[in-house]
Design a protein around this ligand. Structure first.
Ligand code: HEM
Length: 170
């Protein structure tokens, strides 16, 4: 790769780390915020909580998740990190995305379920999220050499198979 795209690396890293910090903070905060929801709340309290959680999720936490993923994807190519720890990290990032979707599901349930809906206790979900985030951070900061992990041959050897479409040859 020519030199100039490397100048962009610190900027993308800054965006990446800022976005993922807000994303992860939101994923911890939202289940805790939702525990303040109680069917016996007064209408004004319900509205305040509902607006705070809805706008945090849609206007802040979700856009930051998208930004963290886009900037991370750009960094893969700028840093050329096509290595095993990176792909292991992406597995845990995928679990964060599943957690993100679960938080969205709980938000909608609280808002739109007819009758009473009590949000789940946040203790277990928050502990699971903590485990996932720590795994991501351990992988990206320690960059362990996972090359020794045995992989099935079909994952590491070219298969010499024809793709169902034409690709340009270098
Ligand atoms: C699809 C999502 C993501 C992708 C594609 C991605 C990709 C990357 C890449 C390529 C780097 C540069 C690595 C290097 O310079 O060696 C990086 C840095 C980093 N990522 Fe991610 N990342 C993603 C999500 C996350 C998440 C969710 C976290 C934390 C919870 C995270 C934490 C970090 C940290 C702390 C760094 C800085 C590491 C360093 O400079 O040594 N990333 N990421």
């Amino acid at each position: 790769m020519s030199a100039w795209p490397h100048i962009l690396i610190p900027y993308f890293k800054f965006i990446h780390i800022a976005a993922l910090a807000i994303w992860a903070a939101g994923l911890f905060a939202l289940p805790l915020m939702l525990t303040r929801h109680d069917p016996t709340n007064a209408q004004a309290d319900y509205t305040r909580l509902r607006q705070a959680s809805h706008y945090s999720y849609t206007l802040l936490v979700t856009p930051m998740a998208v930004l963290a993923i886009i900037s991370g994807t750009v960094l893969i190519f700028l840093r050329e990190v096509f290595v095993t720890w990176m792909f292991a990290k992406l597995v845990f990032v995928a679990l964060m995305v599943v957690f993100h979707a679960w938080v969205g599901h709980v938000l909608v349930s609280v808002a739109e379920t007819e009758g009473e809906h009590t949000p789940p206790s946040p203790t277990f979900p928050v502990l699971i999220l903590l485990g996932i985030v720590l795994c991501v951070l351990a992988l990206v900061l320690a960059k362990p050499d996972l090359g020794a992990i045995p992989m099935p041959e079909w994952l590491v050897e070219p298969r010499e198979l024809q793709l169902p479409f034409d690709v340009p040859r270098r």
